[in-house]
Design a protein around this ligand. Structure first.
Ligand code: URA
Length: 434
């Protein structure tokens, strides 16, 4: 077999066999197939697509490119969640402690921010001392003893996906449904998940801008899960405006803590409880989704979820005092608010523009490995559909300096639009696929 023949076959709309896909993935994992051929192959897939059978074969080849964690015997059932990436999406920080507090152990391997979308590891690292690099042994031990782990993926887990993703990021080949589906599901399979709630984001601040496209992605991932013997539920949720108010690492941790204390933005709390209920239900705890939701409400309301989050921080070497003293989190020296120039109904709070602004402030990276500033970001004060008076705050920029703040304010002026007509609120969720 030659790599070039497989590129040509895909370019000419051919269907690759599982052996051909496994050959290609093996080749680029070992370095025998060079990056330029991998990039050409990814572009051929983006343009020509893949059949469900090809996508499933690619998922397995990526999952089998490194170690696979076996969680049978460690937890009764390994439940996980995955968000396809969004702006202000700090859901994991609240959902996982709720689920763990309901007696369902959660060991989650998360990623870093990519483009305008944030990453859980960057958020958790804004907690002083918190360590995201764990060995597989440490991961398993903490899952057994604390029932909650939040760490980075080890280099040995689905390494082919890491390589392919890095290339896709710089060759315009990220927004391909089969490539996203196989990337997400390969990591879940390799990390030992048996039941997964997929939070598939839809809107201007997501990879999938429309409900039909997001539904295609969700359906494909549910199908891959079914073929692999996993229980999968996909929730399509809105990402036209940021989730909650805070965008930026320490700012998001602060908002997650407020939520764990029983406050926080209402839409964010509702989103977290809904995702948590699905995870609890998939695990078999809670005889119905409604019963699972009651368990989730109880875990949040009683403070049990907050206690779990504290235990998680302690277990991973972080300063757990932040739970009750969020001012210990990094704070930006400059804070400036953008006001509504006139009265009106908020018709747009563009998640992509707000996410890009947060990245430009230093909350995200232009290139892999760039340092980030945990303190900076944007806090949005209004939701689409809100009636605002002239001079009401739209958002507050948290910046490292005056000039950065000025640039951000200019960028943010394009993110908001006020209308004289009444505007309906955006839905939190669009559909559920099983
Ligand atoms: N998240 C992933 O893990 N992979 C993708 O390809 C896109 C989003």
């Amino acid at each position: 077999m030659r790599a070039v023949d497989l590129i040509v076959k895909k370019r000419d709309r051919g269907e690759l066999t599982p052996d051909e896909i496994a050959f290609f993935v093996r080749g680029f994992t070992t370095g025998e197939i060079p990056d330029y051929q991998v990039a050409a192959w990814a572009m051929a897939i983006l343009l020509r697509g893949m059949t469900p059978a090809e996508t499933y074969a690619l998922t397995l080849a990526l999952a089998n490119s490194g170690d696979r964690i076996d969680l049978t015997g460690v937890v009764p059932i390994a439940v996980d969640k995955h968000s396809t990436g969004g702006v202000g999406d700090k859901t994991t920080l609240v959902v996982e402690p709720i689920v763990a507090a309901c007696g369902v152990p959660v060991g989650k391997m998360s990623g870093r921010g990519l483009g305008f979308s944030g990453g859980t590891l960057d958020k958790m690292e804004s907690i002083p001392g918190f360590r995201v690099t764990l060995t597989t042994q440490e991961f398993l031990e903490q899952l057994r003893t604390v029932g909650l782990v939040l760490c980075g993926q080890t280099a040995e887990l689905a390494p082919a996906d890491g390589k392919l993703y890095a290339l896709r990021d710089v060759t315009g080949t990220v927004p391909s449904i089969p490539l996203i589906a196989s990337s997400v599901m390969s990591k879940k399979i390799a990390s030992g998940a048996q039941a997964i709630v997929l939070d598939v984001k839809v809107g201007v601040g997501a990879f999938m801008p429309t409900v039909p496209e997001a539904s295609r992605l969700a359906r494909l991932m549910v199908e891959i899960g079914r073929r692999s013997g996993l229980r999968v539920v996909a929730l399509l949720s809105d990402m036209n405006q940021p989730l909650g108010c805070a965008v930026g690492n320490a700012l998001e941790v602060r908002e997650a803590l407020e939520t764990l204390h029983g406050a926080g933005p209402e839409d964010f709390r509702e989103h977290c409880l809904h995702v948590a209920a699905h995870m609890i239900h998939l695990s078999g705890r809670g005889t119905s989704l409604r019963a699972a939701r009651l368990l989730a409400n109880e875990a949040l309301g009683s403070g049990a979820a907050k206690a779990k989050f504290r235990a998680l921080i302690e277990a991973q070497g972080g300063d757990a005092r932040v739970v009750d003293q969020p001012d210990l989190l990094p704070q930006a020296p400059v804070q400036v608010s953008l006001m509504a120039p006139k009265a009106g109904n908020l018709a747009r709070a563009d998640a992509r523009v707000i996410g890009m602004t947060a990245v430009a402030l230093g909350a995200g990276r232009a290139r892999k490995g760039d340092p980030i500033d945990p303190a900076v970001g944007v806090v949005v004060h209004a939701r689409v559909g809100d009636r605002l008076s002239a001079g009401a705050p739209l958002c507050t920029v948290h910046a490292a300096g005056e000039s950065k703040a000025r640039e951000a304010m200019e960028q943010l002026e394009t993110a908001f639009r006020l209308s004289s007509r009444s505007v309906p609120a955006l839905p939190l969720f669009y559909r559920t696929l099983r």
